[in-house]
Design a protein. Structure first.
Length: 318
């Protein structure tokens, strides 16, 4: 018996409805990935969104403590090579539980941020400073309580941003590249190839590009305390070079300290042990204390006699 004329339509209708539902769900999920704010079961606030940087997008993630009261010190986290802001997700909850507002970003070309990458160059510095703009505008973040952490490739642009922005009151660097030109021969082949492509040549041909991506270029311009964490697996920077960063900042009259990095393979630990072991105590000791609003003591109101012998009541103070 041949099928009725309307039967094929009735068979296609559920498939069509399912396709439309999946498309709507996909759009909703991508929208959630692009921007959402929620609260965990323990009460921490979580926000994931994109900062707009001259039409380009910068992936951002923030976590803050449960039932936070008053303004909090903030820690902005900048990742190293082949990572993203999502790398710090687990560590950020530990930072928040310690009473801090934590934020991370993905540098240009990494994670969900608009590319191309520039290996810690000017675009990376602009992205970091744009995140500082965001933090400085949040009422939950304490004025004068903003710290910056950068690791590996992200350390030099973090230091450059701090040298150019006095709102950043403390800097912590883990395994920074002291001198990119000098370290170039020791870098992995893939990393050297990317640098040649991004900068257009080796250090001998493009010295300025390598110089601006080196931590030593910015240490002398920093006006804030500095913590340098140097691990045993760091091939790009020697212990003497890490010590040179510290001495440069000390020579500027600011406190600086060198601490040992983690054990081998500790960089794979998503908890980022150096944050809790070294960075958070350094923030507690070296961030400027919160300055409460000072008010001049009010003078007692004067009372003047009226011609009729009465008194004039003082005007209320606004």
């Amino acid at each position: 018996m041949p099928p009725r004329e309307g039967r094929p339509i009735s068979l296609r209708a559920p498939a069509l409805l399912l396709a439309l539902a999946l498309a709507a769900l996909g759009g909703w999920l991508s929208g959630c990935r692009g921007g959402y704010e929620t609260e965990t079961l323990r009460g921490e606030g979580v926000r994931e969104w994109f900062l707009d940087l001259y039409g380009a997008r910068v992936e951002a993630l923030a976590v803050w403590p449960a039932e936070a009261r008053g303004a909090l010190p903030a820690l902005l986290l900048v990742h190293g090579d082949r990572d993203s802001g999502q790398t710090f997700r687990r560590a950020m909850f530990a930072v928040a539980r310690a009473g801090h507002y934590a934020m991370s970003i993905s540098l240009p070309g990494f994670g969900e941020s608009t590319g191309p990458e520039d290996f810690g160059g000017e675009r990376s510095v602009r992205a970091i400073r744009h995140a500082v703009d965001y933090l400085a505008a949040q009422r939950e973040v304490r004025t004068g309580g903003l710290a910056l952490y950068g690791e590996g490739m992200g350390a030099a642009p973090a230091l450059a941003a701090a040298a150019q922005d006095e709102r950043i009151r403390l800097v912590a660097l883990e395994d920074p590249i002291y001198d990119l030109a000098e370290a170039f021969p020791r870098l992995p082949d893939a990393q050297r190839g990317r640098l040649l492509r991004i900068l257009g040549g080796p250090p001998s041909e493009r010295p300025e590009g390598y110089q601006e991506r080196s931590a030593k270029e910015w240490a002398g311009k920093l006006k804030a305390p500095l913590l340098v964490i140097h691990g045993p697996r760091d091939k790009a920077t020697s212990p003497a070079q890490a010590e040179a960063l510290v001495k440069t900042v000390q020579g500027n009259g600011y406190f600086a300290q060198l601490r040992p990095g983690g054990r081998p393979h500790q960089e794979l630990d998503p908890r980022r042990p150096a944050l809790q072991r070294w960075v958070l105590p350094f923030m507690k000791d070296r961030l400027p204390p919160e300055q409460p609003l000072k008010r001049e003591p009010e003078a007692p109101p004067s009372r003047k006699k009226t011609p009729a012998g009465g008194q004039v009541q003082p005007k209320p103070v606004r």
